[in-house]
Ligand binder design. Structure first.
Ligand code: PLP
Ligand code: COI
Length: 364
């Protein structure tokens, strides 16, 4: 049971671990979110009892009553973070405390019981510890960790649930976009928005992603990889992509990114890039950015690069922006030097290859 601290985990090792040979074969080409490790973490919550029954156990289906609240009203949140295999064989983490904080903030927005941050961090260490052989050793490989929490109470009334299940699963991954550092083409959604003021845009809740799927399908029909969303009120300001924040680079090397306006997810990569870029002596503004400023700047040559960033996507250059009224390119549509440089600085810290003056990294 837990008020603010942590609790002991019961470890039930899987009796059906994937063999080393089969694992190596799977790790040769993991893709993204397709294969999973042997174990998972589960912790339960009940009102009046707190968090209890923390377990590391064999990864398995979770049986659910058809009246489980999450299936009806989508009271669910998740996180996305990675564990990295370092050159010296150790396992590294990148700002897991920031994921723990954001998870608690998402819980608060979705009227869910918040998991104590120490318990979140413990759960990550437990799962990575037992499944660390699943961390790819390939250059851009990592173990993607997916903590999530949902309303597990069996009840159809519309109110915050009184029972929750917290779970962590892990998936060895390669690059999110199959092209690697190849620039992506982005669709400006005219028909759909992602988040409105007062809504859930700043929370990492499953419903935000469900709402994005139709726009994403439309992007694919138009030959695009991802959607960029405009603000819901004026349809004028750039918010972010479906699963990534966005940055703009000017010809003079300065940068800007949409400010955290309550509708944008506060990305940990975004925050890290702002700090890294400033450290490099670049001016970085956080402020409203209009789609007109982006288009006109790209056409005049003032904006030379745009990139998307997030845990899954790392830094991905945006080469072309397409919408109902035409398209424009960033620079020559290729990968710009500022994007490539910042990406390298970030991954070098994440993989423990360069010094970390920020205290962002830790090891298992
Ligand atoms: N924006 C959205 C909507 C996301 O889903 C993500 C991914 O987590 C991000 C931005 C980037 O956040 P982070 O850098 O913390 O992964
Ligand atoms: C992440 O970057 O971790 C995300 O959650 C984006 C997407 C895979 C949902």
């Amino acid at each position: 049971m837990s008020g603010g601290g942590t609790i002991d985990f019961e470890i039930r090792e899987s009796s059906q671990r994937v063999s080393a040979t089969e694992r190596e074969a799977l790790l040769a080409n993991p893709g993204f979110g397709r294969i999973f490790t042997d174990h998972m973490v589960t912790i339960r919550y009940a009102e009046g009892k707190g968090w209890y029954d923390a377990r590391v156990e064999a990864r398995a289906p979770i049986p659910m009553d058809p009246a489980t609240a999450v299936l009806h009203y989508a009271q669910e949140i998740f996180e996305g973070m990675k564990a990295y295999r370092r050159a010296d064989g150790r396992v590294g983490f990148f700002r897991p405390d920031a994921n723990a904080r954001r998870f608690a903030a998402s819980a608060q927005r979705m009227a869910m019981a918040p998991l104590p941050e120490e318990l979140f961090l413990d759960s990550i260490r437990q799962l990575v510890g037992i499944d660390q052989e699943w961390i790819p050793t390939s250059a851009e490989g990592s173990l993607y960790l997916r903590p999530f929490q949902y309303a597990s109470e069996v009840f159809l009334g519309v109110r915050p649930a009184r029972e929750y299940l917290y779970c962590v699963i892990a998936s060895p991954v390669g690059p999110y976009f199959s092209g690697g550092l190849k620039p992506v083409t982005i669709w400006v959604s005219d028909d759909y928005t992602r988040a409105a003021p007062g809504g859930t845009g700043a929370a990492k809740c499953g419903g935000n992603y469900a709402a994005s799927l139709l726009a994403q399908a439309q992007a694919a029909e138009n030959g695009c990889d991802q959607v960029v969303y405009l603000d819901a009120v004026e349809r004028k300001y750039v918010d972010e992509l479906g699963g990534m924040n966005v940055f703009f680079v000017r010809a003079d090397g300065s940068m800007f990114t949409p400010e955290l306006n309550g509708s944008i997810l506060p990305g940990i990569t975004r925050d890290s890039i702002i700090q890294l870029a400033r450290e490099q002596g670049r001016a970085v503004e956080e402020r409203p950015v209009t789609i007109d400023e982006w288009r006109d700047g790209a056409r005049s040559g003032e904006i030379v690069e745009t990139f998307a960033c997030g845990t899954a996507a790392v830094l991905t250059p945006i080469g072309t922006v397409r919408g109902v009224d035409g398209e424009f390119k960033l620079g020559d549509g290729g990968t710009g030097p500022v994007t490539a440089g910042l990406r390298q600085s970030l991954v070098d810290i994440q993989y423990g290859r360069s010094a970390d003056p920020y205290g962002w990294t830790s090891t298992l």
